[in-house]
Write a protein that binds this ligand. Structure first.
Ligand code: 2PG
Ligand code: MG
Length: 406
């Protein structure tokens, strides 16, 4: 038992160079936790607001006047009490006053300090009922970017290597091998083009959505043949971003919801997809349900913008059998307590959870502890770039203790 004696918030930048904040929480015995607030580009309509109106300066002001006084002196070990104090300091369901990013940073910084005070690894302090932390997530590794994460790329936002070798070292190796293969294939296809990488480290090239999937699928096949490791294609369509006036809008055609459904069902079989996130716009619970009914036995159908990690929308999804999996991002709801409520509900329904980064992220590794503690089926954290590698390397540290050289 120990009281919090210092709470601070400072302005920093994220992997996109955008202004954000980081929080630090210290207890009377000097146990300290620090965490920053990641941020999304293709944010769901129903997620909490990242920063209050006025941005980081306004967040720092509110923190000084409303948040810090409400947290100082609190018992650090009381996690729900800490998160409830954040809600009270805000007073709005969407964290409009203090900012959902601020709440996220404070919730996680306190959790890190708490685990240190308890002398346990972070993942253990986050263990959900019935779990022992022995599960290892598959890697959902971003190889090619489009949509809002890449100018000039395909409509689909993310092309993933779904790498499910039981040993994380193998899973990471295979996913990165696919990323590399995709790069080689692009160089071959566009010998004169200066290739770039998108916000999450995946390649960016002037490809159509289908063309990009063909390339990814060939790269997965080549790596499977070479390594004999299970690695298959997956997608995050972030379909809300190319849906308007009742149509999914591709560069060469428009599809109505039924057309989109038929098109995607065909892709699942044609390319052996193992993962599809947000295949429809964020209010289309019915399209999701029809898709899950048709192909849910063959792959993870994942709701991200559909649920925005919120319990009420997840309840609707479970009742309507909209998906079989849910993407989990703490900063979509603002606190760990809210996040765990959603994780526990999904697990109780027998659904898979995927622990996810944001496109604007920070070189921190707590997400990997979160994935292990919550028994996540997947860790979606990208493959290249310091803020992505920080998570992969933390997973590798957790999975295998260091070997000393002879
Ligand atoms: C997503 C995320 C992360 P963003 O859509 O799943 O990949 O992107 O953080 O921009 O919402
Ligand atoms: Mg998504």
């Amino acid at each position: 038992m120990s009281r919090v004696v210092e709470v601070t918030l400072r302005a920093i930048v994220d992997s996109r160079g955008s202004p954000t904040v980081e929080a630090e929480v210290t207890d009377a015995d000097g146990h300290r936790g620090r965490a920053g607030a990641p941020s999304g580009a293709s944010t769901g309509t129903h997620e909490v607001l990242a920063l209050p109106e006025g941005g980081v300066p306004a967040a720092l002001d509110r923190f000084r006047t409303d948040v810090r006084p409400a947290l100082l002196g609190r018992e650090l070990s009381d996690a729900p009490g800490w998160d409830a104090a954040l809600h009270r300091a805000d007073g709005d369901d969407e964290f409009r006053r203090i900012g959902g990013g601020v709440a996220t940073a404070l919730s996680i910084a306190a959790a890190i300090a708490r685990a240190r005070a308890a002398g346990v690894p972070l993942w253990r302090s986050w263990l959900r009922p019935g779990l022992d932390g022995s599960g290892r997530p598959m890697i959902v590794g971003n190889c090619l970017n489009g949509g809002r994460h890449a100018i000039g790329g395909p409509e689909f936002q993310e092309y993933h290597a779904i790498s499910s070798a039981p040993n994380p070292a193998d899973a990471v190796r295979a996913a990165i091998a696919v990323h590399r293969r995709v790069g080689e294939a692009l160089t071959e296809k566009f010998p004169k083009l200066a290739l770039g990488r998108g916000d999450e480290g995946g390649w960016v090239a002037p490809l159509g959505s289908l063309e990009a999937l063909e390339l990814l699928s060939q790269a997965c096949e080549a790596v499977r043949d070479e390594t004999h490791l299970p690695v298959h294609p997956g997608l995050d369509l972030a379909a809300s971003e190319f849906f308007s006036d009742g149509q999914y809008r591709y560069r060469d055609r428009n599809l109505d919801p039924d057309g989109q459904l038929a098109f995607l069902v065909e892709l699942v079989d044609k390319f052996g997809l193992k993962y599809m996130e947000d295949p429809f716009e964020e209010e289309a619970f019915d399209s999701f349900a029809a898709f899950t009914k048709a192909v849910g036995g063959k792959l993870l159908v994942v709701g991200d913008d559909l649920y925005t990690t919120g319990l009420a929308r997840l309840e609707r999804g479970i009742a309507e059998k909209s998906t079989n999996s849910v993407l989990i991002k703490v900063n979509q709801v603002g606190t760990l307590t809210d996040t765990f409520a959603t994780v526990d509900r999904a697990r109780a329904a027998g659904w898979s959870t995927i622990a996810s980064h944001r496109s604007g992220d920070l070189p921190e590794g707590w997400l990997s502890h979160f994935a292990i503690g919550t028994g996540a089926r997947g860790l979606k954290c990208g493959l290249l770039g310091g803020e992505r590698v920080a998570k992969l390397n933390e997973l590798l540290r957790l999975a295998a203790p260091a070997q000393t050289s002879p």
